[in-house]
Design a protein around this ligand. Structure first.
Ligand code: 8YV
Length: 318
């Protein structure tokens, strides 16, 4: 398949790039690095390799008349214009399931870190402050109320873990899931009002943009803690900063941001916020599984036009 031209639209994982390069003719971000060379190769590009954060707009798809598949390294694909891809008959794939555990683990980790002030505790000891007296008391997690925004595969993995902490679990989603034993709330605001910890794990994109707004944060309340392991776009970041600055909520644990990798100074300056650089799926084991799946989707497509994990829009018949 060395004659098949693949365009990567982001810096690919070192676990993925060599796999693609060994089999396909990979053009690493050529559209950004050398537009003149890209213009020559564009008619021949048959596949795009992307990541969860990549943008694949209609304007790029339109420049690639031979495009057949977009294979994404990540479960989220909100940066891909799937409607434009589908209209052209282009397959879109992603990497669901293999990262459920890691993202759920991190959600719990951020919740514990924010509630129990782990980063501040670490600094307290390392900076030699312990002899001056004890740290201020933190907030209890076990037995508290968790609200989950988005009850898909990862949301359910988070719920499972919360149960081990004797937490009560409620959720909001587009619709109630009758097969789940958790209380459903019709809106994020209603859910926040009855949660101590509000965990956001809903897909990004137009449908969820700024879903967590000032009203939802107000409902979460002065002791409430927000955890976001979904997409920065789901939270109104300016409203969040204001809520944290004014004590409208108690704290936050955030793995994702509106304009990654740039995090507003105002957010970085807040003491009761725990920040991570989008590491939800970032373990060696999971990134290897994601890389293999991303590669195998590409390979399988060009071998026999089948894929392992199409996005739901491309799996639907008709
Ligand atoms: C990224 C993610 O894809 O799965 C997702 O949707 O956001 C992540 O796993 C990962 O950072 C690779 O870029």
């Amino acid at each position: 398949m060395s004659h098949i031209d693949v365009l990567s639209v982001a810096k690919l994982s070192p676990l993925l790039e060599p796999q693609i390069r060994a089999v396909f003719n990979l053009h690493d971000r050529l559209h950004e690095t050398d537009p003149a060379a890209f213009a020559k190769i564009a008619p021949h590009i048959r596949a795009i390799a992307s990541t969860g954060e990549s943008k694949v707009p209609e304007s790029l798809i339109a420049q690639l008349p031979a495009l057949e598949i977009i294979s994404g390294f990540g479960v989220g694909y909100d940066g891909v214009d799937v409607a434009a891809a589908k209209a052209r008959g282009v397959m879109v794939t992603h990497t669901p399931n293999v990262l459920n555990d890691d993202v759920a683990d991190l959600a719990i980790g951020l919740m514990l870190a924010a509630a129990r002030q782990l980063p501040a505790s670490d600094r307290y000891v390392k900076e030699g402050q312990w002899p001056t007296g004890p740290m201020p008391l933190a907030r209890k997690v076990s037995g508290a109320r968790m609200g989950i925004v988005g009850m898909g595969r990862i949301g359910q993995a988070i719920a499972q873990r919360a149960l081990a902490f004797n937490m009560s679990v409620a959720y909001t989603a587009r619709s109630a899931k009758a097969d789940l034993p958790f209380k459903y709330a019709a809106t994020a605001e209603a859910l926040a009002a009855e949660s101590d910890y509000l965990v956001v794990i809903t897909p990004g994109g137009a449908g969820t943009r700024k879903l967590i707004n000032a009203d939802v944060l107000k409902a979460l309340g002065t002791k409430g803690i927000l955890v976001n392991v979904a997409r920065g776009s789901v939270v109104d970041e300016a409203a969040l900063i204001e809520a944290l600055q004014n004590g409208v909520i108690g704290g936050a644990g955030l793995d994702v941001f509106e304009n990654e990798p740039h995090v507003p100074e105002a957010l970085r300056a807040l003491p009761h916020v725990v920040l991570a650089p989008h590491i939800g799926s970032a373990t060696t084991q999971t990134r290897q599984a994601m890389a293999d799946l991303t590669f195998n989707n590409l390979k399988s497509y060009f071998e026999n036009k089948t894929v392992h994990t199409p996005v739901p829009e491309c799996a639907a018949k008709g």
